[in-house]
Ligand binder design. Structure first.
Ligand SMILES: [Zn+2]
Length: 312
């Protein structure tokens, strides 16, 4: 038995996870980061004890606790180096939690943790190398090599979302223009969907958003594209084109066995995967060689807890 913690800016989710990756109990509390890290560490410990008690399990039967953090973490030192949404810099999180619970505590960036879960128990199981790309508000990513997270010499890799891949004039939150996530995130689909609705109020995108431009979602754009709405198709084709540019870059850099797509946009399934695979095939460097299989993630939101639990 292991404890997995998915520490987000909004919620702290804790789960008890069996050796085969099965979650047997979960609990959560609001993070409320303004309380400071001491209160959050205590909540993590309390939630863990609650779950153990509920399931009749002794802490002696727990091997370890792992935490996925929304930022940069130093697993060896047990320190969160930086977590912007929590307002944390150099927080000794492991030491603080160990005041309450006597367990080995591991921590890693949440995108890396999700990638570890997918590589071990999800769409990448059985593979030696995989890259998981999360297409959400931003574009998150994690590299797994031989069952281990590769987070670089300074713990911040991989920041695929901030590879500059074009000149779209869109300024990223990081300050640069043309980052991969300004093309390939759900936010990019929303941004372009809003532009299209202003340009052409007859688009299905706007209809699917019940006429509320500000309420347009990535799903509205995808659903409209599925109905052959011209504006939505144009947006989606551009989206696929640039997502493929990023994926080809990743393949060229890393040549993983599998590329796994997670996050809300990946829920489009084959509607996304089919044209994406075609676009990647047309732009791949070594056309005569095999290359990464591109798959949809399988674990959904559970990846955060499962991946954290199996950290070491
Ligand atoms: Zn950026």
């Amino acid at each position: 038995m292991r404890i997995g913690v998915d520490l987000g800016g909004t919620n702290i989710a804790v789960g008890l996870v069996e050796e085969d990756g099965k979650i047997i109990a979960t609990g959560s509390r609001p993070t409320k980061p303004e309380r400071g890290y001491e209160a959050i560490a205590r909540d993590i410990a309390e939630l863990s004890f609650e779950l153990l008690q509920r399931m009749g399990i002794s802490v002696k039967d727990v091997k370890s606790m792992g935490i996925g953090v929304p930022g940069v973490a130093d697993n060896e030192k047990g320190i969160v180096i930086r977590a912007v949404n929590l307002f944390w810099t150099k927080v000794p999180l492991a030491k603080e939690i160990r005041k309450y619970i006597d367990l080995p505590i591991y921590m890693e960036n949440d995108a890396n943790v999700a990638a570890l879960a997918e590589a071990t128990f999800g769409a990448g199981r059985g593979s030696k190398s995989s890259v998981t790309i999360t297409l959400g508000t931003g574009v998150g990513s994690g590299f797994i090599l031989d069952g281990k997270i590769y987070s670089g010499a300074h713990h911040f890799a991989p920041e695929i979302g901030h590879m500059v891949i074009g000149d779209n004039g869109i300024r990223c939150n990081c300050g640069k223009i043309g980052c991969f996530e300004t093309y390939a995130s759900a936010t990019a689909l929303i941004r372009e969907g809003k532009k299209a609705a202003k340009r052409n109020p007859n688009t299905l995108i706007l209809k699917f958003a019940n006429g509320d431009i500000e309420g347009i979602t990535a799903k509205n754009v995808i659903d409209a594209a599925k109905q052959y709405d011209e504006e939505a198709l144009k947006i989606f084709e551009e989206y696929v084109k640039y997502l493929a540019v990023g994926i080809v870059n990743i393949i060229n850099l890393f040549d993983p066995e599998v590329i796994i797509l997670g996050g809300g946009v990946a829920n489009a399934g084959d509607f996304l995967l089919k044209p994406l695979k075609k676009e990647v095939a047309e732009n791949i460097l070594f056309k005569e060689l095999p290359y990464a299989d591109i798959r949809k993630a399988e674990l959904g939101n559970d990846a955060g807890i499962i991946g954290a639990a199996i950290l070491s």
